[in-house]
Design a protein around this ligand. Structure first.
Ligand SMILES: [Zn+2]
Length: 307
């Protein structure tokens, strides 16, 4: 199977992250003051948008003013040589943040994913994930002292002189799996607790400490649907900073078609033929447009009998 880098929403490597610049405080200060630099304002996991529902991008004096008003800022990288920063206005009331940047409202980037350019969606998700992490890492986990941001907003440092521990942004990997029947003629979808009637998706779960991705696939499938799987095949990965995920997608083959749901996370799991899945696709029910789940289902559907 061909895998295109960056086909999934929120990734794609559109920005040059220019990680080597982050620790250069003089360069960071110069870029923050550079009138060409761009600032993406955020407010509590949400973008600030214009009347056209487009995320606000500031430059010039407005950008400098908003960087100064922000609780945290982060250097996201370079876009064609122009620095891109994000500014977290979560310390302000929502109406004040909106007014400060000339927006009309705030919105979750996932609500915009269908009509944003891929590079814009990726930058907004990147900023959101970083600021979420900053807000969760305000104190040192070792000694309890306050931490402060450094490294262009990509590290937090414990302020206690005798500690000084460094903290880096956390990613929480999860596996997402399309399980096919032994004959590869059907795939297994499940309905999660709380999901509406008829709402099915692929299986997923977090990777635990001390597990490989493959270990996590085998354990999750055994726990959630009582299925032993073999022939794991990597299908791609997706940045999912909502708040801190990385989705790693696999296809796997079940040893048998007997299914037993756990009754906790899942209410129901059942096998779908390609015809049944095709009918769901035709009805626009093949998962979120921005999710790797949809890719897993779509590629299985169009692949026919996989080789
Ligand atoms: Zn400490």
């Amino acid at each position: 199977m061909r895998i295109d880098d960056g086909v999934f929403a929120y990734g794609g490597g559109w920005l040059d992250r220019a990680g080597a610049l982050r620790a250069d405080e003089d360069r960071m200060a110069a870029l923050r003051a550079d009138e060409r630099s761009v600032v993406l304002p955020h407010w509590r996991d949400r973008c600030l948008v214009t009347a056209e529902n487009v995320p606000v991008r500031l430059s010039g004096v407005d950008a400098v003013r908003v960087l100064e008003a922000a609780a945290e800022t982060a250097f996201l990288g370079l876009d064609g040589g122009v620095a891109v920063f994000a500014a977290d206005l979560s310390g302000h009331a929502e109406a004040d943040a909106v007014a400060l940047v000339g927006a009309v409202s705030t919105v979750d980037v996932r609500k915009l994913a269908g009509h944003l350019a891929p590079a814009e969606a990726a930058a907004q998700a990147y900023a959101r994930g970083l600021f979420y992490w900053h807000r969760q890492q305000r104190w040192c986990g070792s000694c309890g002292a306050v931490t402060t941001a450094g490294g262009g907003g990509h590290v937090r440092v414990c302020s206690a002189a005798e500690c000084g521990r460094l903290f880096f942004p956390r990613i929480e990997p999860a596996v997402i799996v399309l399980v096919q029947a032994p004959e590869a003629d059907r795939c297994l979808l499940a309905r999660h607790t709380g999901a509406p009637e008829g709402s099915y998706s692929t299986l997923a779960g977090f990777v635990e400490v001390g597990e490989s991705l493959e270990d996590a696939v085998r354990r999750e499938m055994a726990e959630e649907v009582g299925v032993e799987v073999t022939d794991l095949a990597y299908q791609g990965s997706q940045a999912w900073p909502f708040p801190a995920g990385l989705m790693v997608a696999f296809r796997a083959t079940a040893a048998s078609v007997e299914v037993k749901v756990d009754g906790v996370e899942l209410i129901e799991a059942r096998w779908f033929t390609r015809d049944e899945l095709g009918a769901r696709a035709a009805a626009g029910r093949l998962g979120r447009v921005d999710s790797i789940d949809r890719h897993l289902l779509g590629s299985w559907l169009t692949a026919g009998q996989p080789g």
